[in-house]
Write a protein that binds this ligand. Structure first.
Ligand SMILES: [Zn+2]
Length: 161
């Protein structure tokens, strides 16, 4: 069977078979299961072990990251107390947020060049940045957003008040 397939595909030597299956995979005619079994494009699960065909991660818009950083900043100001004089403002298209409060310099909440979420005095580029650890990743629900804001608020209380 394999030999006749080889002949059909025009490969004279067995070592060419690898090249042909690579080509077939590149064209989307075959997909390789992690168990190494080659499946045709028509199969949604591996014909040998039954593993479902992996599909590319492709989240709908607005579902992967529910909140821009400006929402983190605004929620933090709510945690610290709007009536106590805390406030927040959105940075450009929500990519960062500004937070201010009584006796505290305006703080910028943003992602730095090391991909850390940091808080730093807005008007002092040499000020020490405080890293905010997101243990559970980006918040996806109002409750998770509040939990992140409480972490940011506690950093502000410790470092700036
Ligand atoms: Zn398999």
């Amino acid at each position: 069977m394999t030999d006749s397939l080889r002949l059909l595909l025009g490969a004279a030597a067995p070592e060419q078979a690898t090249t042909i299956s690579d080509l077939a995979r590149a064209l989307g005619l075959l997909w390789a299961c992690p168990c190494t079994y080659e499946n045709t494009d028509a199969e949604d699960a591996c014909g040998k072990c039954g593993t479902p065909r992996a599909t590319a991660y492709d989240p709908d818009p607005g579902t992967e990251y529910a909140y821009p950083l400006s929402d983190y900043a605004r929620e933090t100001a709510r945690v610290l107390g709007l009536k106590k004089g805390w406030g927040a403002e959105s940075g450009y298209i929500g990519a960062y947020g500004l937070i201010w409060g009584p006796g505290v310099p305006t703080l910028r909440l943003y992602v730095d060049h090391d991909d850390d979420l940091v808080l730093r005095a807005q008007d002092d580029p040499f000020a020490f940045p405080h890293v905010i650890e997101l243990r559970d990743g980006a918040p996806g629900t109002p409750e998770e957003l509040r939990a992140v804001a409480e972490r940011i608020a506690s950093v502000i209380r410790l470092a700036y008040t």
